[in-house]
Design a protein around this ligand. Sequence first.
Ligand code: FUC
Length: 348
Amino acid sequence: MEVKKKLFGEFNGQKITSYTIRNANRMEVTCIDYGCIITEIMVSNKQGIIENVVLGFDTLEEYIHYSPYFGSIIGRVAGRIGQSEFELDGITHHLPENEGKNHLHGGPKGFHHVIWESFIEEKADEASIIFSYTSPDGEAGYPGNLKVDVKYTINNNNEIVIAYKANTDKKTLVNLTNHSYFNLSGNLRRNILEHELKISSDQFLELDQSLLPTGKFMEVADTAFDLRKGKKILEAAESDHPQNKLVGGGYDHPFLLNANTLDQISLSDSFSGRKLVVQTDLPSVVVYTSNMLEGNFQIRGNSPEKHLGICLETQLPPDAMNHPEFPSIVLDKNETYQSKTSYRFTLV
Ligand code: FUC
């Protein structure tokens, strides 16, 4: 499979390249070496019409100035860190605040705003872009030189496989994710309220006013969070459950994925007939239904609005170092962080 390269823009005098991979089913994925952003996913609907199913821009300037993390890799730590600080081996580390007193998605100069090195791998039935970045010791307040590799592979099963790998020379924190906003209607024809979301999860994490986990594990049963048999996003948007209301109508919550299930996460849109199936080896997914998507910009001719896209951010639970009851996101110098998430497009 072939990778097509194109000049996408320039950032601080450096050329930014876009990479497009097209598979045998005419599915096409484009990503750039700024933020490892997936700018476009072109995939067929039930009539065979190929349209874009992610929110994105056509120019680098828009990604630099306006983007609410569209399509990018988030790091070093996805989600919020309460009070922008954490303790590691008795030392308190202070991080830049970028949402009130808290630190969000790796801070103002997180992995979504850096240029990554890129390598192409072309094989008979798949192609990959390997993005590599070494975050220097102390960058964005985090200790250790952290080398990160993110590999995007596109194959003929209509899958995008994202493989993450990281190593450090000093104990640090790592919790990586991809922040694509999906909308299966095609070219943003409709919002996502009629999309059906299914997640194999018995519990989600309660959030406080700042959208940080309180530490309480909530049962999904008898709430709009019970997605085990699937529900329209509309239910969460209209729900009067205090947790749905708190986030502005919808979800902005970490769901804990049930172990050993084949059908972990799926999103479908019966109008277009498109379906997205997500599989991950990570223990949780933050579902964000664009409840705060607003601003003075256009998304390829569409105004930003609530519920225009849905993010399925597979990751370790947010604010984990301030919650010893959550799985650890500490990476030691002799360890390797590794994880994999696949996104497969099919029809309903
Ligand atoms: C998600 C959410 C946040 C935030 C951001 C843009 O990860 O958890 O609330 O709005 O994306």
